[in-house]
Design a protein. Structure first.
Length: 297
């Protein structure tokens, strides 16, 4: 009996002789994609028929586990079904699914291949359809091949990005996250396209963050007295009790006056009036006269 005569219309069967041959599928179904798909030992790969990889079947057994934390995704995938145990959601294989696809069920016919399941009703069997949910994303690139509302799961938490409120799982909601798909970045204070974690100057004021007392405030960078108020807004930068406008040394809390204008504060200057006589030998009367005549009239 020839190999082709072994196929009956009413009771299809397959000639199992020679199946230990590594080239069985390729030799038997060289140009027969449908026959290859109908044989449980074979699968069509692009333009040739190859033997099924047992490892792929093992991986398929865990297919529905991807929806463990995503009940809606589980409900939208015909290969899976939700179960609840003490309130805990579990996503298991749907034993009634007849698609013969990724979960390895293959119950559609005696060959275990295509059964006519067509999730997106586009007229092409799911087993042959490269985009089962017709969402424009190829199944191989689609994290949710049977959910037309989802295709990406950035953080791998089983919840599609469209439904997930924190796509990168960095604990900052997408609505507040300048980089919703980058777990390493959340904010971009100066809107320069570089996240604050990587940006050496977050407020873009020209002062590196490491030298900036206010790295997120472009109007401030220095706080001389450490009072939490930037020098630009602080009226007494050195907190010596003298306002900056009246302080000859606004950034030096040990000095505030320079009577002789020599650039040395009176506290450090040994001759405050610059008359050639040290302060400790200078009469108070002379000093008062000098002060009284500061304007030279």
């Amino acid at each position: 009996m020839s190999e082709m005569e072994s196929f009956g219309i009413d009771n299809p069967s397959f000639d199992t002789s020679g199946r230990d041959d590594d080239d069985y599928c390729e030799d038997t179904y060289e140009d027969d994609q449908q026959g290859c798909s109908n044989d449980s030992l074979c699968e069509w790969d692009e333009d040739e028929c190859e033997e099924k990889d047992d490892d792929e079947d093992d991986e398929d057994e865990d297919y529905c586990e991807q929806y463990e934390n995503n009940p809606s995704g589980c409900a939208n995938d015909p290969r899976c079904e939700s179960e609840y145990d003490d309130g805990e959601h579990e996503c298991d294989d749907n034993d009634d699914y007849q698609g013969g696809g990724n979960n390895g069920n293959g119950n559609g016919n005696s060959g275990g291949g295509s059964t006519g399941s067509d999730y997106d009703n586009d007229g092409e069997d799911d087993d042959l359809d490269s985009d089962d949910d017709n969402d424009g994303y190829d199944d191989q690139e689609d994290a949710f091949p049977y959910n037309e509302n989802e295709h990406e799961d950035t953080d791998g938490d089983g919840i599609g990005d469209n439904e997930d409120t924190d796509d990168d799982n960095d604990n900052v909601s997408d609505s507040q996250d300048a980089f919703p798909k980058d777990a390493l970045e959340q904010y971009n204070s100066d809107n320069d396209g570089i996240g604050d974690n990587a940006d050496p100057d977050d407020d873009n004021d020209g002062v590196p963050d490491e030298d900036d007392a206010f790295p997120l405030d472009s109007s401030e960078y220095l706080d001389t007295d450490g009072d939490g108020l930037g020098n630009n807004a602080d009226v007494d930068d050195d907190d010596d009790g003298y306002t900056d406008s009246q302080d000859a040394f606004p950034l030096d809390p040990t000095e505030h006056a320079d009577h002789d204008g020599d650039g040395i504060g009176d506290n450090a200057d040994i001759d405050d009036d610059n008359d050639g006589t040290p302060d400790d030998e200078d009469s108070e009367t002379d000093f008062v006269e000098v002060i009284a005549d500061m304007d030279g009239d």
